[in-house]
Design a binder for this molecule. Sequence first.
Ligand code: PGA
Length: 246
Amino acid sequence: MKKLIAGNWKMNGGLAANEALVRAMLAGIGQPAAHVALCAPAPYLAQLQSLLAGSSVAWGSQDVSAHEQGAYTGEVSAAMLRDFACRYAIVGHSERRQYHGETDAVVAQKAQRALSAGITPIVCVGETLAEREAGQTEAVVKRQLAAVIHVVAHCTSEIVVAYEPVWAIGTGKTATPEQAQQVHAVLRHQLAAATAHPERVQILYGGSMNAANAASLLAQPDIDGGLIGGASLKAADFLQIVAAAG
Ligand code: PGA
């Protein structure tokens, strides 16, 4: 299976900076062996569409509303993302769970909304440092993924999962390849109970993945790609990660 390298710009960028970054990426990307995507803040999706249409790089959002349409001020629906040809929508990022009170049930609803609009949800799961130290890693990620599987049911094979240990995000503390692989294997096993082809579900690792550590993480049998925060804001670093996924 081709790997997927997805950039998560988070709340960074601007028209001029985005254009320079995307042009530098396109200039160096060639014919990537991996699927590549960039997930931008909603106002810049139209810009990504015009810069990336026809290229080997897809684009996506960092969130999607759990509601279909209507009186939900400030929300962006899956149909709106579809209007801008988003291929992916990140859902349940730990920053949204932590700062915006997103529950497992809300995350599952968001994943379902994305799928209904033909958008692939990148479902994020991951434990905090306190949960890891309390020996709860497996239980936490399984609970988070189970909520999504319960709602998307027969569409489980169409989601992408991202394992992002919260303690590794933006901290420079990467999970070791062995630590990550261990959790990915748990998730794969869980997917096997919900879909006939668990090997088709891409399970990405995220959390301080960078040009130096990408190859060893991506070499693990159940690590099918990466969700890249900080290093997706630098063209050279991101391109090195894409190359490592070849
Ligand atoms: P990071 O972020 O690569 O900066 O750690 C990853 C993410 O939060 O998706």
